[in-house]
Write a protein that binds this ligand. Sequence first.
Ligand code: AHM
Ligand code: MG
Length: 341
Amino acid sequence: MTAPAKLVTLSRHIHEEQRLHPEATGEFTRLLDDFLIAIKLIRREVSRAGLIDILGFTGGVNVHGEEVKKLDAFAQDRIFKAMDHGGHLCCMASEEVEELIRIPDPYKRGKYVLMFDPLDGSSNIDANVTIGTIFSIQRRVSGPPGSDGTLADCLQKGRNQVCAGYVVYGPSTMLVYTAGHGVHGFTLDPSVGEFILSHENIRIPARSKNYSINEGNTSAWDEATRRYIDHLKQKDPATNRPYGARYIGSLVADFHRNLLYGGVFLYPADMTDPAKPKPKLRLLYEANPLALVAEQAGGLASTGRERILDIQPTALHQKVPLVLGSRQDVEAYEAFVLGRR
Ligand code: AHM
Ligand code: MG
């Protein structure tokens, strides 16, 4: 990562990236501009989360007689309303919604698909812990142009994503994205409402010193995961120390820290019943977008047996084991899974 030499806003950066594609019409830039409006509204609400009770909200209804939504439902609603009428999308899909989300009439259907997790890690909100929004954009594959998008538009391999990223609502709000030309981070200056380039061309260290996993689940892990984590706890000859454990329980926050400092995040399947592995994280809304960011930053993302971005999705809410972060750490995990170590 190099210190940016000039002041660049996110909108300007996306615009410049699009100019690398001679066929670009500017539509994609406008799509992301619409998305940013939703993000700024979500950020404002997230930053006031602890005040909701004090400001006179009662039960499910606020002082204006409006129903008080849980923050994840609020985030869902804002993204939908910012994106439904722009004419850029043919459909959407969200972790919060069971079915494919149609573009309502009379709005135009466009050539992109947006998939998102509106507020990941939302169980942490009450403790004021960092949470995030994750997004993935694919180009539509169904036809004819102008018609409703279909499941086929969403169920594309992650490697086809034209853009992916996340927003982390922490001490400051940051948006990190890739459109296939590296990974770039922007920090919101709330006083002017602009995301400013703060982390240009982020590269994840090839090897790390930290791992992130919910260790309370040890008894549900497969043997390879158990052996791998035991291995990380041995003294590492390179540093003369074992790996450190870092786990927030908020995927965006754990991933973001690992991206900047190096680290490996693991959420393996629950193997309590070996005949029915139960992964937790979703392919379309969590694994794919973060996998693209990880790879574009020089890292890897895997199930242990397969590259995340090569998985052919079969259902909107499909879940997968997820191991991602520093390249050599993910490779070492794969070696344990494949019985090479
Ligand atoms: P959510 O999408 O319902 O918030 O769940 C996903 C979250 C991730 O942010 C996090 O990595 C994981 O669940 C933590 O799970 P656990 O509490 O089982 O460790
Ligand atoms: Mg989530």
